[in-house]
Design a protein around this ligand. Structure first.
Ligand code: UD1
Length: 362
């Protein structure tokens, strides 16, 4: 039995949801020591601590406490601090997740130290080079030794970029692992907020492309305010968006709430009539649950949510027209949730089998 020390590096809210199933699968392995490094990119209790608690993730061994900053400053701070952690802990593997600044920074440090590196959620591309996430995905994918993809289209993308097939494995969707595990526990959030089950619209928006430009944000706010005349609109507001929204006063009856913990968000998603978002994870979760989703973006790195799921891409000015008739079927109508290959709750387990047993998943 070879002993393995594995370091998972996470920094921002969606990373924690992806880490949970990997941490649980590795915890079952007596030959693995799995340590978690939190970069501190997200630090508010509602953006970080609440996820560790609800998702039963072990406390991080190290917190790099990098906090907020420009892309270069944040990325550089993770790199500088994480290098010392790697030198101290000498891991056999570093795992990085998703597409946030912490992901690219940690991958760069690990490969430069000659540590084997795996990217969980590899091969997604929006083909939009103005998105910071696109830079992070490309860096992580082209550096990592092992690319763990959530869907088959991601394999084709990676091969198309010249990455050899032996570095790529198709494990499925770790974010959906967490959803499947915790779905039964996520109930009642709509009632708590006083909105009718299947009778409200759930909104999440935080992409710089939508919220940083006042003109675009204004158009989106007008659309949401118009929707809120007909049915409740609930909008848990990300800190980035809150700063920008303070400058616009065009949200009418839209119900603004603080960022919600994971279980509350899952419960709201499942009980919404319609979700309007720009989040990658929410596009996947709504698709899995069969909840109609409008994504306010010109592109998506998760095309499977459009081709096989419930997702539709719209322009900022199309919120009202695109919502017409959606979700009117109300309570009692069985939702048809699509079945997407390997979005089956076993992605974390597959990752453990690859690292510990040398298995392959093609
Ligand atoms: C980051 C990711 C994005 C991901 C999102 C999920 C990058 C480039 N972006 O975006 O891909 O979808 O997380 O939430 O990595 N802030 C707080 N408290 C916090 C964290 C942030 O108030 O706990 C505020 C700060 O003012 C900060 C701003 O939010 O400057 C943006 O945070 P940052 O981590 O830079 O990017 P996000 O927009 O959260």
């Amino acid at each position: 039995m070879t002993f393995l020390r594995v370091l998972s590096v996470v920094g921002a809210r969606p990373n924690f949801v992806k880490l949970a199933p990997v941490a649980h699968a590795l915890a079952k392995r007596p030959d693995v020591e799995h340590l978690i490094v939190h970069t501190g990119q997200h630090y508010d209790a509602l953006m970080s601590e609440s996820f560790f608690q609800e998702l039963d993730i072990p406390a991080p061994s190290v917190n790099l406490e990098v906090g907020s900053g420009s892309h270069a400053k944040q990325t550089a701070a993770v790199m500088e601090r994480f290098e010392g952690t790697c030198l101290d802990l000498k891991p056999d593997w570093v795992l990085v997740y998703g597409d946030v600044n912490s992901t690219a920074a940690a991958a760069l440090v690990a490969v430069k130290l000659g540590i084997k590196t795996a990217h969980v959620e590899a091969g997604l591309r929006s083909h939009d080079r103005t998105m910071p996430e696109e830079h992070n995905r490309m860096v992580a994918d082209h550096l990592a030794d092992l690319l763990l993809t959530p869907s088959r289209d991601a394999i084709a993308t990676l091969k198309g970029e010249g990455i050899p097939a032996e570095r790529i494995q198709f494990v499925g969707n770790v974010m959906i692992d967490t959803l499947i595990r915790l779905r039964g526990r996520a109930k009642g959030a709509a009632r708590k907020l006083g909105v009718p089950e299947r009778g409200f619209v759930l909104v999440t928006l935080h992409r710089p492309g939508n919220v940083d430009d006042p003109a675009t944000l204004g158009v989106i706010c007008d659309g949401l305010a118009a929707l809120a005349k007909d049915r409740p609109v609930v909008f848990p507001v990300h800190p980035r968006t809150r700063q920008r929204l303070a400058e616009t006063k065009r949200l009418g009856n839209v119900k603004l709430v603080d960022p919600v913990p994971y279980l509350e968000m899952l419960s709201l998603t499942e009980s919404a009539a319609l979700v309007v978002t720009d989040s990658g994870g929410v596009q996947e979760e709504t698709s899995f649950l069969g909840v109609p989703c409008l994504t306010v973006r010109p592109n998506t790195e998760r095309p499977i949510t459009v081709s096989e799921g419930t997702n539709r891409l719209i322009k900022p000015g199309e919120i009202v027209t695109a919502s017409k008739g959606i979700g009117d079927s109300g309570l009692g109508i069985e939702r048809k949730a699509p079945k997407i290959e390997r979005w089956d709750g076993k992605a974390g387990e597959r990752i453990a089998q690859i690292l510990c047993d040398g298995k392959r998943f093609d």
